[in-house]
Design a protein around this ligand. Structure first.
Ligand code: FMN
Length: 142
């Protein structure tokens, strides 16, 4: 049984690139053993993360992430049972928002900025799918 979960959160104001890199390192170290794949977007203090994997593993990870002091206002946007993964290639991919075409954000949002709090889960999911289709997801070595 596979599930896909997506949430948004606000990073603590002091979060810098180094701490973001540490989160990605931690994710890439832990996720393969748990069979978890996904993508993490970070832009202007907002996280948007998509997780895929077994229901138990995804639920346990989400509960752990939700209590992480590096962010707050963790809001569940979408949760669904799935037949197959769409993000199987990434232990935790990262979207380089700086290199993203603002037109892609504008296509799905009122403003050319990442604000998942202003979007429906369905729209955020469509945006993720386009990020994958346009190869905007990268995975640096931890
Ligand atoms: C925005 C965000 C995303 C995270 N994503 C993951 C993840 O995909 N996998 C993971 O293991 N930990 C992730 N974490 C870290 C967890 O909250 C937690 O610190 C970590 O899993 C603990 O791992 P450890 O026992 O190896 O220290 C994330 C944290 C934040 C703030």
């Amino acid at each position: 049984m596979l599930v896909r979960l997506m949430y948004a959160s606000r990073a603590v104001p002091a979060l810098d690139q180094e701490e973001l890199a540490a989160i990605l390192r931690q994710s890439r170290a832990n996720n393969p053993a748990q069979g978890i794949t996904g993508v993490l977007c970070f832009s202007e203090g907002i996280f948007l993360q998509l997780l895929e994997g077994g229901r138990g593993a995804v639920n346990r990870l989400y509960n752990r992430i939700a209590t992480d002091p590096r962010h707050s206002q963790v809001e569940l946007l979408a949760y669904q049972e799935i037949g197959e993964r769409r993000f199987a290639g990434w232990a935790m991919g990262q979207v380089d928002m700086a290199r993203l075409n603002p037109a892609l954000l504008l296509k799905y949002s009122p403003k050319p900025a990442l604000d998942p709090y202003a979007l429906s889960g369905k729209v955020s999911m469509a945006m993720f799918e386009e990020l994958v289709a346009t190869a905007s997801i990268m995975c640096e070595r931890g």
